[in-house]
Write a protein that binds this ligand. Structure first.
Ligand code: GLC
Length: 409
C-alpha cells in the first residue's frame, strides 16, 4: 500500500480532534478520556498512549496527563488502573481507596515519560515525576513477584489491558467456547474474590488468579530501561542500577520460563504452567528486543505473515484464527479481545518490527491501520476479516497510528 500524505493529514486532523474533545479538567488536573461515551474516566495505559502522542504535538498536555495519573498513586507505590474523577458513583474495581480502582495496568509510565522528554526536554518535569516512577516499579517488583523469581504477576485479567483474552481462560476456569454472559460471571466473581483478599497481591495470587503475562513483563523490561535512562540523566546512580539490573533479571526469567517452540507464552500459578493459547503475545517481545535476530525472523515468517493464523486482511489478529476461542467480532460484539484488531497491539508490533529492521512489514501494519480508521472511524476494535468496526466510538487509541510515522527510537 502506498504511503499517502493526504490520508496521513486526514488521520492527524481526526486524531487530534478526538483527543481534544475527550480532554477533561478536574481541579488543577487535566486528562483525556479514552472514549467520552463508553469510558468516562482516566485509564493508566490509555493515558500513557495519549502522552506518547501529545509528546509530538502538545508536550504540556503530555506532562499534564502523567501528572494527573500519578496524583492518585497509593502510599505503597501502586498506580491505579482507573481514576474515577467523577465523584459519587460506586465503581466496579473500587476497594478501600476513594475514587480509584484497586488494580493496576500494563506499566507504560516510564516509557511515556522518557518519550515526552525525548521530544521536549524538561529536566524539572523529570525530577518531579522520578520518585513516583521509581516507587511504582519498586512496588511491582517487590509486591507482584512473590516468589522472587523476577516475573511480575497480575491478579486480574483487567490488569493486562486485555480483559477477556482467551489466554486467561484456564486460570479463570473458562472453557474456550464459553458464552460472553458466563465469562462475565467468572470475571465478576474474580473481582468479588479480589475484594475478599483486599486486592493484596500475595493473598489474591495464591488463592484466586496469578498470571505472569508476556506483555506486562515485556513492558516492564522496556520501561525499566526507560527508567534507567531517566535515572542516569538525573544522576541517581542507585535508581539507574536498580532499573537496569531488574530489566535484565526479568528478561532472563522470561527467557527461562516463558520461551518454548520459538515463542513466548504467558504463565499461571506457582508452577509456571504455560498458557498454550496462541495470541499476539508471540509478537509482543519484539517490542523489548527479547528475541534474537534469527528467532525474530522465525516469528515473522511463521506467525506474523501466516494467513492461517495471525495475518488477516485488516491487520494482525489478537488471537490466532486456529484457536477454538477465536471470535473476530465476539458474540454480538461483546467479547473484544478474542480476535479483533486493536490499535495498541498494532502499535506495539509496529515498534517491535522497526526495532529489528522489518520496515516493510511495519509500514504495512501502519497503512492497514490508517485505512481502517479512515474507513470505519476512531472505533475501539475491528473485525480482522471484514474491517467492520466495533465497541466504543471516538476512541483515542487510533491516535497511536501517528506515532507509526516516526522512525525507530
Ligand atoms: C477496555 C480495554 C482496556 C482499556 C479500557 C479503556 O477495558 O480492554 O485495555 O484500558 O477499555 O480504554
Amino acid at each position: 500500500m502506498a504511503f499517502d500524505h493526504a490520508k496521513r493529514e486526514a488521520l492527524k486532523r481526526k486524531a487530534l480532534q478526538v483527543l481534544k474533545q475527550n480532554q477533561r479538567y478536574s481541579g488543577a488536573f487535566r486528562y483525556t478520556l479514552p472514549s467520552a461515551e463508553h469510558y468516562p474516566y482516566q485509564w493508566l495505559w490509555d493515558s500513557c498512549f495519549h502522552a506518547i502522542i501529545y509528546a509530538q504535538f502538545d508536550p504540556e498536555m503530555a506532562r499534564a496527563e502523567i501528572s494527573a495519573l500519578l496524583s492518585k498513586q497509593f502510599a505503597d507505590g501502586m498506580v491505579p488502573h482507573i481514576i474515577y474523577w467523577t465523584p459519587g458513583i460506586l465503581h466496579l474495581f473500587q476497594w478501600g481507596v476513594e475514587g480509584t480502582s484497586s488494580l493496576t495496568q500494563t506499566p507504560m509510565l516510564a516509557y511515556a515519560v522518557w518519550e515526552i522528554h525525548r521530544r521536549a526536554p524538561d529536566i524539572p518535569f523529570l525530577e518531579s515525576v522520578y520518585p513516583a516512577l521509581l516507587s511504582y516499579y519498586k512496588f511491582l517488583i517487590e509486591k507482584r513477584d512473590i516468589r522472587g523469581n523476577h516475573l511480575i504477576g497480575i491478579i486480574n485479567p483487567d490488569e493486562s489491558g486485555e480483559d477477556d483474552s482467551p489466554r486467561f481462560d484456564v486460570p479463570l476456569g473458562a472453557r474456550s467456547d464459553i458464552s460472553y454472559e458466563d465469562h462475565l460471571k467468572l470475571r465478576t466473581k474474580l473481582v468479588d474474590d479480589n475484594r475478599t483478599c483486599n486486592f493484596d497481591a500475595e493473598k489474591c495470587m495464591r488463592n484466586y488468579f496469578w498470571v505472569k503475562d508476556v506483555l506486562f513483563n515485556t513492558v516492564m523490561v522496556e520501561n525499566l530501561r526507560s527508567l534507567g535512562h531517566i535515572a542516569s540523566l538525573l544522576k541517581h546512580e542507585d535508581g539507574e542500577h536498580f532499573a537496569n539490573l531488574n530489566a535484565n533479571l526479568i528478561a532472563e526469567a522470561m527467557r527461562e520460563h516463558m520461551f518454548e517452540d520459538g515463542v513466548y507464552w504467558s504463565l499461571a500459578g506457582e508452577e509456571y504452567e504455560k498458557l498454550h493459547v496462541a495470541t499476539w503475545m508471540h509478537f509482543a517481545p519484539l517490542f523489548a528486543g527479547l528475541y534474537s535476530k534469527e528467532e525474530a525472523e522465525h516469528v515473522v515468517r511463521t506467525h506474523l505473515k501466516n494467513t492461517a493464523t495471525f495475518a488477516a486482511p485488516f491487520g494482525i489478529r489478537t488471537v490466532s484464527k486456529q484457536e477454538a476461542s477465536y471470535r473476530p467480532q465476539g458474540y454480538g460484539h461483546d467479547f473484544s479481545w478474542r480476535g479483533p484488531v486493536w490499535m495498541a497491539p498494532h502499535w506495539f508490533i509496529y515498534r517491535g518490527l522497526m526495532r529489528y529492521g522489518y520496515v516493510a512489514e511495519a509500514e504495512h501494519i501502519r497503512d492497514v491501520s490508517m485505512e481502517l480508521l479512515l474507513r470505519s472511524g476512531f472505533r475501539e476494535y475491528f473485525d480482522p476479516e471484514t474491517g467492520e468496526a466495533g465497541g466504543a466510538h471516538e476512541f483515542t487509541w487510533g491516535a497511536l497510528v501517528l506515532d507509526m510515522f516516526e522512525p525507530g527510537r
